[in-house]
Design a protein around this ligand. Structure first.
Ligand SMILES: *Cc1c(COP(=O)(O)O)cnc(C)c1O
Length: 255
């Protein structure tokens, strides 16, 4: 039985007109914020990609956002993401790229590479190895190409919250580049709680510049969430990960 016909799943797949209108209007507001931030930073809007982080929200929301023109979807929990990507494939043929942005345990690598096009949260050698192995064993039926890897950078040195130390970024990127099936694409960071986002993202821009000396193609800078996208755009973000401003408040917030 497919997700689309299982009556027990209709609740997560149904889309009301009200919800569609809310998502459409939130998206317009976010797009305006991005345009204004790009104008202020004298950057072309085309340099900045909006990733809609739909974690905690139903598959139908992801489909609606894709139909409204959002070509990049983000998720932070493997189980939810894997279900959502499967639902999505049944509900629409609109092409999207899936970005995994949350903390990732190595034992989830096999699952993640089945649907993800990018993993933004790579921060340790063991995870690079796990992803490389997973990609090499991935079924051809997924139709996926090389996995885009971003090295997550810890901007406050508290690596317990995820992210590699800035000094370790190039070595991790070297390991990614040496792994068949993985491509090093850039850096990702979350501004530390309580920190000045401008300072945080300026630091990330320095780390990105250092990385690009060795890996010129690693030009993605994944930074900026609902509350700090303007600061991220000021400091060169190419990918914004936006949840709340598009979808509303999550029931609980973690990962
Ligand atoms: C949830 C999440 C986001 C989106 O955050 P909002 O503040 O809701 O926009 C971005 N990045 C990561 C890593 C997340 O887990």
């Amino acid at each position: 039985m497919t997700a689309g016909t299982d009556p027990g799943r209709q609740d997560v797949l149904a889309m009301t007109d009200d919800r569609r209108l809310a998502l459409e209007s939130n998206l317009a507001v976010v797009r305006e914020r991005i345009e204004a931030a790009c104008a202020a930073a004298r950057r072309p809007v085309a340099e900045v990609t909006l990733i809609a982080v739909t974690k905690f929200f139903p598959s139908a929301d992801a489909v609606t956002l894709a139909e409204l023109g959002v070509a990049d979807l983000g998720e932070s929990r493997d189980q939810e993401a894997s279900t959502k990507a499967a639902d999505f494939a049944e509900l629409t043929t609109v092409p999207v790229r899936w970005h995994f942005v949350g903390r990732l345990q190595s034992n989830k690598a096999r699952s993640v590479v089945r649907y993800a096009d990018f993993v933004h949260s790579v921060d340790r050698p063991g995870l690079v190895s796990a992803l490389a192995t997973a990609v090499s064993r991935r079924e051809a039926a997924t139709g996926k190409g090389a996995l885009g890897v971003l090295v997550q950078v810890s901007l406050d040195g508290d690596t317990a919250r995820g992210g590699a130390l800035p000094d370790d970024v190039v070595a991790l990127a070297d390991q990614v580049a040496a792994s068949p099936g993985l491509v090093v694409r850039g850096v990702m960071a979350v501004a530390p709680i309580g920190a000045d986002p401008d300072e945080a993202f300026e630091r990330l821009a320095q780390v990105s510049a250092q990385l690009r000396v060795q890996h010129p193609g690693a030009d993605m800078v994944s930074a900026g969430m609902s509350g700090d996208l303007e600061a991220a755009v000021r400091h060169g973000a190419t990918h914004l990960r936006i949840g709340t401003a598009l979808l509303g408040a999550r029931p609980v917030t973690f990962g």
